[in-house]
Design a protein around this ligand. Structure first.
Ligand code: SF4
Length: 329
Protein backbone atom coordinates (compact mmCIF):
# COMPACT_ATOMS: atom_id res chain seq x y z
CA UNK A 1 0.00 0.00 0.00
CA UNK A 2 1.21 3.51 -0.78
CA UNK A 3 1.88 5.54 2.31
CA UNK A 4 0.72 8.96 1.13
CA UNK A 5 -2.94 8.18 1.76
CA UNK A 6 -6.09 6.77 0.25
CA UNK A 7 -8.24 8.25 -2.48
CA UNK A 8 -11.73 7.54 -3.75
CA UNK A 9 -12.70 9.23 -6.99
CA UNK A 10 -15.56 8.63 -9.38
CA UNK A 11 -17.19 9.78 -12.60
CA UNK A 12 -20.76 9.50 -13.76
CA UNK A 13 -21.26 7.21 -16.78
CA UNK A 14 -22.76 9.72 -19.18
CA UNK A 15 -22.97 9.24 -22.93
CA UNK A 16 -20.46 12.05 -23.55
CA UNK A 17 -17.21 10.66 -24.88
CA UNK A 18 -14.27 12.29 -23.10
CA UNK A 19 -12.35 14.88 -25.07
CA UNK A 20 -8.73 15.95 -24.83
CA UNK A 21 -9.63 18.61 -22.26
CA UNK A 22 -11.10 15.90 -19.99
CA UNK A 23 -8.11 13.68 -20.60
CA UNK A 24 -5.68 16.38 -19.53
CA UNK A 25 -7.88 17.19 -16.55
CA UNK A 26 -9.24 14.54 -14.21
CA UNK A 27 -7.94 11.50 -16.08
CA UNK A 28 -4.29 12.42 -16.33
CA UNK A 29 -4.42 13.45 -12.68
CA UNK A 30 -5.72 10.00 -11.80
CA UNK A 31 -2.93 8.41 -13.80
CA UNK A 32 -0.36 10.33 -11.72
CA UNK A 33 -2.16 9.75 -8.42
CA UNK A 34 -2.34 5.98 -8.86
CA UNK A 35 1.44 5.80 -8.38
CA UNK A 36 1.45 7.89 -5.21
CA UNK A 37 -1.72 6.88 -3.35
CA UNK A 38 -3.91 3.87 -2.76
CA UNK A 39 -6.70 4.74 -5.20
CA UNK A 40 -10.24 3.47 -5.75
CA UNK A 41 -11.73 4.55 -9.08
CA UNK A 42 -15.45 4.09 -9.51
CA UNK A 43 -17.97 4.50 -12.29
CA UNK A 44 -20.70 6.02 -10.16
CA UNK A 45 -23.86 4.75 -11.84
CA UNK A 46 -26.19 5.57 -8.94
CA UNK A 47 -25.11 9.18 -9.28
CA UNK A 48 -26.08 9.01 -12.95
CA UNK A 49 -29.52 7.83 -11.85
CA UNK A 50 -30.13 11.07 -9.94
CA UNK A 51 -30.59 12.89 -13.25
CA UNK A 52 -31.20 10.00 -15.69
CA UNK A 53 -33.82 8.10 -13.69
CA UNK A 54 -36.46 8.61 -16.36
CA UNK A 55 -34.33 6.98 -19.05
CA UNK A 56 -31.51 4.84 -17.66
CA UNK A 57 -31.30 2.73 -20.84
CA UNK A 58 -27.81 3.94 -21.76
CA UNK A 59 -26.16 3.58 -18.37
CA UNK A 60 -24.99 -0.03 -18.79
CA UNK A 61 -23.29 0.64 -22.10
CA UNK A 62 -21.84 3.91 -20.83
CA UNK A 63 -20.25 2.06 -17.90
CA UNK A 64 -18.26 -0.16 -20.26
CA UNK A 65 -17.32 2.71 -22.53
CA UNK A 66 -16.14 4.80 -19.62
CA UNK A 67 -14.07 1.92 -18.26
CA UNK A 68 -12.44 1.55 -21.68
CA UNK A 69 -11.72 5.29 -21.76
CA UNK A 70 -10.04 5.19 -18.37
CA UNK A 71 -7.85 2.21 -19.14
CA UNK A 72 -6.93 3.59 -22.56
CA UNK A 73 -5.85 6.81 -20.88
CA UNK A 74 -3.49 4.94 -18.56
CA UNK A 75 -5.45 3.87 -15.48
CA UNK A 76 -3.98 0.56 -14.37
CA UNK A 77 -6.61 -1.73 -12.80
CA UNK A 78 -3.83 -3.84 -11.27
CA UNK A 79 -2.69 -0.86 -9.22
CA UNK A 80 -6.11 0.55 -8.36
CA UNK A 81 -9.50 -1.17 -8.23
CA UNK A 82 -11.73 0.06 -11.06
CA UNK A 83 -15.34 -0.79 -10.30
CA UNK A 84 -18.99 0.13 -10.61
CA UNK A 85 -20.54 1.84 -7.59
CA UNK A 86 -23.73 -0.24 -7.66
CA UNK A 87 -21.68 -3.45 -7.48
CA UNK A 88 -20.56 -2.51 -3.98
CA UNK A 89 -23.87 -2.33 -2.13
CA UNK A 90 -22.22 -0.90 0.98
CA UNK A 91 -22.36 2.50 -0.76
CA UNK A 92 -26.15 2.36 -0.41
CA UNK A 93 -26.06 1.25 3.22
CA UNK A 94 -23.70 4.03 4.25
CA UNK A 95 -25.68 6.55 2.21
CA UNK A 96 -28.83 5.56 4.10
CA UNK A 97 -27.18 5.86 7.51
CA UNK A 98 -25.56 9.21 6.68
CA UNK A 99 -28.92 10.49 5.41
CA UNK A 100 -30.29 10.04 8.93
CA UNK A 101 -27.85 12.51 10.41
CA UNK A 102 -27.53 15.07 7.60
CA UNK A 103 -29.62 18.19 8.25
CA UNK A 104 -31.80 19.22 5.32
CA UNK A 105 -30.50 22.78 5.50
CA UNK A 106 -26.96 21.65 4.63
CA UNK A 107 -28.25 20.12 1.39
CA UNK A 108 -30.62 22.92 0.45
CA UNK A 109 -27.87 25.50 0.87
CA UNK A 110 -25.40 23.60 -1.30
CA UNK A 111 -24.55 26.01 -4.18
CA UNK A 112 -24.22 23.22 -6.77
CA UNK A 113 -27.75 22.03 -5.93
CA UNK A 114 -29.23 25.45 -6.64
CA UNK A 115 -27.10 25.84 -9.73
CA UNK A 116 -28.09 22.45 -11.19
CA UNK A 117 -31.77 23.06 -10.47
CA UNK A 118 -31.48 26.19 -12.64
CA UNK A 119 -29.40 24.59 -15.37
CA UNK A 120 -31.32 21.34 -15.78
CA UNK A 121 -34.76 22.85 -16.16
CA UNK A 122 -35.62 20.38 -18.91
CA UNK A 123 -35.46 17.56 -16.33
CA UNK A 124 -37.58 16.98 -13.29
CA UNK A 125 -34.90 16.74 -10.66
CA UNK A 126 -36.84 18.06 -7.71
CA UNK A 127 -36.46 14.63 -6.13
CA UNK A 128 -35.32 13.29 -2.79
CA UNK A 129 -32.45 11.49 -4.55
CA UNK A 130 -31.12 14.58 -6.26
CA UNK A 131 -31.21 16.67 -3.10
CA UNK A 132 -29.30 13.87 -1.38
CA UNK A 133 -26.64 13.65 -4.11
CA UNK A 134 -23.92 15.13 -1.85
CA UNK A 135 -24.77 12.57 0.86
CA UNK A 136 -24.20 9.76 -1.62
CA UNK A 137 -20.93 11.42 -2.59
CA UNK A 138 -19.94 11.65 1.08
CA UNK A 139 -20.80 7.95 1.49
CA UNK A 140 -18.59 7.09 -1.50
CA UNK A 141 -15.62 8.93 -0.06
CA UNK A 142 -16.05 7.93 3.59
CA UNK A 143 -16.74 4.26 2.77
CA UNK A 144 -13.10 3.84 1.79
CA UNK A 145 -11.92 5.93 4.75
CA UNK A 146 -10.32 8.20 2.18
CA UNK A 147 -7.83 10.73 3.38
CA UNK A 148 -7.55 12.68 0.13
CA UNK A 149 -10.09 13.73 -2.51
CA UNK A 150 -8.88 15.10 -5.84
CA UNK A 151 -11.31 17.80 -6.97
CA UNK A 152 -11.79 20.74 -9.28
CA UNK A 153 -12.71 24.06 -7.65
CA UNK A 154 -16.38 23.67 -8.56
CA UNK A 155 -16.64 20.63 -6.31
CA UNK A 156 -15.22 22.23 -3.16
CA UNK A 157 -18.67 22.77 -1.57
CA UNK A 158 -19.39 19.03 -1.88
CA UNK A 159 -16.12 18.13 -0.20
CA UNK A 160 -16.81 20.57 2.63
CA UNK A 161 -20.21 18.94 3.07
CA UNK A 162 -18.59 15.49 3.08
CA UNK A 163 -16.25 16.65 5.85
CA UNK A 164 -19.18 18.07 7.85
CA UNK A 165 -21.07 14.78 7.55
CA UNK A 166 -17.98 12.77 8.56
CA UNK A 167 -17.37 15.03 11.57
CA UNK A 168 -21.01 14.75 12.62
CA UNK A 169 -20.87 10.97 12.45
CA UNK A 170 -17.62 10.86 14.45
CA UNK A 171 -19.08 13.27 17.04
CA UNK A 172 -22.26 11.22 17.49
CA UNK A 173 -20.86 7.70 17.44
CA UNK A 174 -17.08 7.83 17.82
CA UNK A 175 -14.13 8.23 15.47
CA UNK A 176 -14.58 6.00 12.45
CA UNK A 177 -13.84 8.28 9.53
CA UNK A 178 -10.67 10.19 8.76
CA UNK A 179 -11.70 13.68 7.65
CA UNK A 180 -10.48 13.87 4.05
CA UNK A 181 -8.52 16.76 2.62
CA UNK A 182 -8.92 17.94 -0.93
CA UNK A 183 -6.14 18.27 -3.43
CA UNK A 184 -7.01 20.68 -6.17
CA UNK A 185 -6.43 19.25 -9.61
CA UNK A 186 -4.13 21.43 -11.67
CA UNK A 187 -5.52 21.28 -15.18
CA UNK A 188 -3.73 22.91 -18.08
CA UNK A 189 -6.23 25.05 -19.93
CA UNK A 190 -6.77 23.47 -23.35
CA UNK A 191 -8.75 25.56 -25.84
CA UNK A 192 -11.18 24.06 -28.30
CA UNK A 193 -10.46 24.37 -32.03
CA UNK A 194 -12.28 27.74 -32.08
CA UNK A 195 -10.11 29.16 -29.29
CA UNK A 196 -12.82 29.05 -26.59
CA UNK A 197 -12.64 26.59 -23.69
CA UNK A 198 -12.84 23.02 -25.03
CA UNK A 199 -16.38 21.88 -24.34
CA UNK A 200 -19.03 19.48 -25.62
CA UNK A 201 -21.61 22.20 -25.62
CA UNK A 202 -19.52 24.44 -27.92
CA UNK A 203 -18.89 21.54 -30.34
CA UNK A 204 -15.23 22.61 -30.52
CA UNK A 205 -13.64 19.52 -29.02
CA UNK A 206 -11.34 16.73 -30.17
CA UNK A 207 -12.44 13.36 -28.76
CA UNK A 208 -9.82 11.47 -26.78
CA UNK A 209 -10.29 8.45 -29.05
CA UNK A 210 -10.41 10.44 -32.32
CA UNK A 211 -9.14 8.65 -35.42
CA UNK A 212 -6.09 9.93 -37.30
CA UNK A 213 -8.32 11.48 -39.98
CA UNK A 214 -10.52 13.14 -37.39
CA UNK A 215 -7.51 14.64 -35.64
CA UNK A 216 -6.10 16.01 -38.91
CA UNK A 217 -9.49 17.47 -39.90
CA UNK A 218 -9.98 19.09 -36.50
CA UNK A 219 -6.50 20.62 -36.45
CA UNK A 220 -7.10 22.07 -39.93
CA UNK A 221 -10.04 24.05 -38.52
CA UNK A 222 -8.10 25.53 -35.59
CA UNK A 223 -8.16 29.32 -35.38
CA UNK A 224 -4.76 30.97 -35.71
CA UNK A 225 -3.54 34.56 -35.59
CA UNK A 226 -6.24 36.43 -37.59
CA UNK A 227 -3.77 39.19 -38.58
CA UNK A 228 -1.59 36.75 -40.49
CA UNK A 229 -2.52 36.79 -44.14
CA UNK A 230 0.75 35.79 -45.80
CA UNK A 231 3.32 33.32 -44.57
CA UNK A 232 5.85 36.15 -44.23
CA UNK A 233 3.59 38.25 -41.95
CA UNK A 234 5.04 38.27 -38.42
CA UNK A 235 2.68 36.21 -36.23
CA UNK A 236 1.40 36.47 -32.65
CA UNK A 237 1.48 32.89 -31.33
CA UNK A 238 -0.13 33.88 -28.04
CA UNK A 239 -3.51 34.33 -29.76
CA UNK A 240 -3.21 31.08 -31.73
CA UNK A 241 -4.92 27.81 -30.80
CA UNK A 242 -2.30 25.68 -32.56
CA UNK A 243 0.36 27.30 -30.40
CA UNK A 244 -1.67 26.59 -27.24
CA UNK A 245 -1.74 22.91 -28.22
CA UNK A 246 1.95 23.00 -29.02
CA UNK A 247 2.76 24.19 -25.49
CA UNK A 248 0.95 21.19 -24.01
CA UNK A 249 1.67 18.39 -26.48
CA UNK A 250 5.06 19.38 -27.88
CA UNK A 251 6.80 21.53 -25.26
CA UNK A 252 10.33 20.74 -26.56
CA UNK A 253 9.64 22.49 -29.85
CA UNK A 254 7.62 25.46 -28.61
CA UNK A 255 10.49 27.97 -28.61
CA UNK A 256 11.42 27.08 -32.18
CA UNK A 257 7.84 27.52 -33.47
CA UNK A 258 7.37 30.73 -31.53
CA UNK A 259 10.51 32.26 -33.07
CA UNK A 260 9.65 31.07 -36.59
CA UNK A 261 6.08 32.37 -36.29
CA UNK A 262 7.13 35.79 -35.00
CA UNK A 263 9.74 36.08 -37.75
CA UNK A 264 7.25 35.09 -40.45
CA UNK A 265 9.34 32.06 -41.38
CA UNK A 266 6.65 29.40 -41.10
CA UNK A 267 3.18 29.23 -42.59
CA UNK A 268 0.09 28.29 -40.61
CA UNK A 269 -0.72 25.38 -42.93
CA UNK A 270 2.69 23.76 -42.34
CA UNK A 271 2.51 24.53 -38.63
CA UNK A 272 -0.90 22.84 -38.38
CA UNK A 273 0.33 19.79 -40.27
CA UNK A 274 3.14 19.33 -37.76
CA UNK A 275 0.76 19.82 -34.85
CA UNK A 276 -1.67 17.27 -36.26
CA UNK A 277 1.14 14.72 -36.60
CA UNK A 278 2.25 15.36 -32.99
CA UNK A 279 -1.31 14.77 -31.77
CA UNK A 280 -1.71 11.64 -33.89
CA UNK A 281 1.53 10.27 -32.43
CA UNK A 282 0.87 11.21 -28.83
CA UNK A 283 -2.65 9.73 -28.87
CA UNK A 284 -1.67 6.54 -30.71
CA UNK A 285 -1.38 4.50 -27.51
CA UNK A 286 -4.85 5.66 -26.36
CA UNK A 287 -6.41 4.64 -29.68
CA UNK A 288 -4.59 1.32 -29.81
CA UNK A 289 -5.57 0.39 -26.26
CA UNK A 290 -9.20 1.30 -26.98
CA UNK A 291 -9.32 -0.88 -30.10
CA UNK A 292 -7.80 -3.78 -28.15
CA UNK A 293 -10.34 -3.47 -25.30
CA UNK A 294 -13.30 -3.03 -27.61
CA UNK A 295 -12.45 -6.39 -29.15
CA UNK A 296 -12.48 -8.05 -25.75
CA UNK A 297 -15.41 -6.76 -23.72
CA UNK A 298 -15.18 -9.82 -21.46
CA UNK A 299 -11.85 -8.47 -20.27
CA UNK A 300 -13.52 -5.14 -19.41
CA UNK A 301 -16.22 -6.99 -17.45
CA UNK A 302 -13.56 -9.05 -15.66
CA UNK A 303 -11.68 -5.88 -14.70
CA UNK A 304 -14.86 -4.41 -13.20
CA UNK A 305 -15.70 -7.63 -11.36
CA UNK A 306 -12.23 -7.96 -9.89
CA UNK A 307 -12.25 -4.24 -8.97
CA UNK A 308 -15.60 -4.61 -7.18
CA UNK A 309 -14.23 -7.57 -5.20
CA UNK A 310 -11.27 -5.54 -3.97
CA UNK A 311 -13.39 -2.47 -3.24
CA UNK A 312 -16.01 -4.55 -1.41
CA UNK A 313 -13.38 -5.87 0.97
CA UNK A 314 -12.46 -2.37 2.18
CA UNK A 315 -16.11 -1.26 2.14
CA UNK A 316 -17.17 -4.22 4.28
CA UNK A 317 -14.45 -3.48 6.85
CA UNK A 318 -15.68 0.11 7.10
CA UNK A 319 -19.32 -0.91 7.42
CA UNK A 320 -18.48 -3.28 10.25
CA UNK A 321 -16.85 -0.37 12.09
CA UNK A 322 -19.83 1.86 11.29
CA UNK A 323 -22.38 -0.66 12.61
CA UNK A 324 -20.29 -1.30 15.72
CA UNK A 325 -19.96 2.43 16.40
CA UNK A 326 -23.70 3.06 16.05
CA UNK A 327 -24.63 -0.13 17.89
CA UNK A 328 -26.45 -1.82 15.01
CA UNK A 329 -26.27 -5.53 14.34
FE1 SF4 B 1 -0.16 29.74 -35.03
FE2 SF4 B 1 1.79 28.39 -36.13
FE3 SF4 B 1 0.32 30.12 -37.58
FE4 SF4 B 1 2.03 31.01 -35.77
S1 SF4 B 1 2.53 29.86 -37.61
S2 SF4 B 1 -0.09 31.71 -36.06
S3 SF4 B 1 1.86 29.44 -34.18
S4 SF4 B 1 -0.36 28.24 -36.66
Amino acid sequence: MNSKGRIFSGMRPTADRPHLGNMLGALSNWVKLQDEYECYFSVVDWHAMTTAYEDPSQIRNNIRQMTIDWISAGIDPQKSPVFVQSQVKEHAELHLLLSMLTPLGWLERCPTYKDQMKQLQNKDISTYGFLGYPVLMAADILLYRSTIVPVGEDQLPHIELCREIGRRFNYLYGEVFPIPKEILSKTPMLPGVDGRKMSKSYGNYIPMSASEEEIREKVKTMVTDPDRIKKTDPGHPDVCTVYAFKKIFDPENVAEVEAACKAGEIGCVACKKKMAQTLVDSLAHVREKRVELEKDLHLVDDILEEGAKRARKTAQETMQQVRDAIGLL
